[in-house]
Write a protein that binds this ligand. Structure first.
Ligand code: IPE
Ligand code: IPE
Ligand code: MG
Length: 265
């Protein structure tokens, strides 16, 4: 049971216990996507080089992955590196890649113990060979895990994903009249996965930065001022509680049951 699993991990009397009490475990988001932003600003506030923010961000990744898995989230997608991020200085990029490699090495055991399946979404072939090897190894090792699916968006762009899907559909010989939204989605990197219910962006920026453009059509967006390296279990739980207060309408209308007979007419 997710509630017990989560509570067993929180020290007794810790304020996060109260937050867990506010979560409705019958209405959890199935898929949470996160734009991990603000590492550079976190470092700047401390007069440190930007890469120190990325380094500190790893603790936030660890905490978030474990919280989501214990909470009972089915899919967690973290935005780690966008196609546009290649515009950054080479030293920053190489540090990011080194940190990724180190994270995978040190966390593989945790992923396996928590039954987490790891999947890369993005143009993986354009990454350096050693990084690809590390990523493939993690995907192969966790392929049979049946718990949470942990997608990492790496060298990812939402538009690139749509173009790649279109190319794959054409290669598969799909006839135009056979292509509908469901079929198209089966060519995306996220084929077979539910769309995100909740999109969290840290550090206050109100934009989607080319993330999961197809999949977030009806996703609830939650922006927090917290910078990514400061993001912890508490912040994820707060986002889930806020999400559960939202009313999702998908373009329809909500009918108050007391007024149902008059509104339906
Ligand atoms: C997010 O933090 C990490 C990546 C994009 C890889 P940033 O590096 O974008 O941090 P800010 O936005 O400059 O503060
Ligand atoms: C989005 O953050 C990409 C990742 C979190 C990996 P950015 O910092 O690159 O986005 P912009 O440039 O502020 O839109
Ligand atoms: Mg940023």
């Amino acid at each position: 049971m997710a509630r017990a699993d989560l509570l067993s991990w929180i020290p007794e009397g810790h304020p996060d216990e109260m937050l867990v009490g506010q979560v409705n475990f019958d209405r959890l988001p199935e898929h949470i996507a996160i734009i991990m932003d603000g590492n550079g600003r976190w470092a700047a506030q401390r007069h440190l080089p930007r890469v120190e923010g990325h380094r500190a961000g790893i603790d936030a990744v660890r905490d978030t992955v474990e919280t989501a898995a214990r909470l009972g989230i089915k899919v967690l997608t973290l935005y780690a590196f966008s196609i546009e991020n290649w515009k950054r200085p080479a030293t920053e990029i190489s540090t990011l890649m080194m940190l990724l490699k180190r994270y995978l090495r040190s966390e593989l055991k945790t992923l396996l113990t928590n039954n987490i399946r790891f999947l890369v979404i993005g143009r993986m072939d354009d990454l350096a060979d050693d990084i690809q090897d590390e990523l493939r190894a993690a995907m192969v090792r966790t392929a049979n895990d049946s718990g949470m699916l942990f997608n990492i968006a790496l060298n990812y762009g939402g538009r690139a994903e749509i173009v790649d899907a279109a190319r794959r559909a054409i290669e598969a010989g799909i006839r135009p009249e056979d292509l509908d939204e469901q079929r198209f989605a089966s060519f995306l990197y996220t084929a077979g996965q539910p769309d995100p219910d909740l999109l969290i962006r840290t550090s206050g920026e109100m934009r989607v930065s080319n993330y999961l453009l197809w999949q977030i059509a009806y996703t609830e967006i939650y922006v927090t001022e917290t910078l990514w390296p400061d993001f912890r279990r508490r912040h994820l739980l707060e986002a889930v509680v806020a999400y559960q207060k939202r009313e999702r309408r998908y373009g329809g209308i909500t009918i108050d049951p007391r007024l149902r007979s008059s509104q339906a007419r």
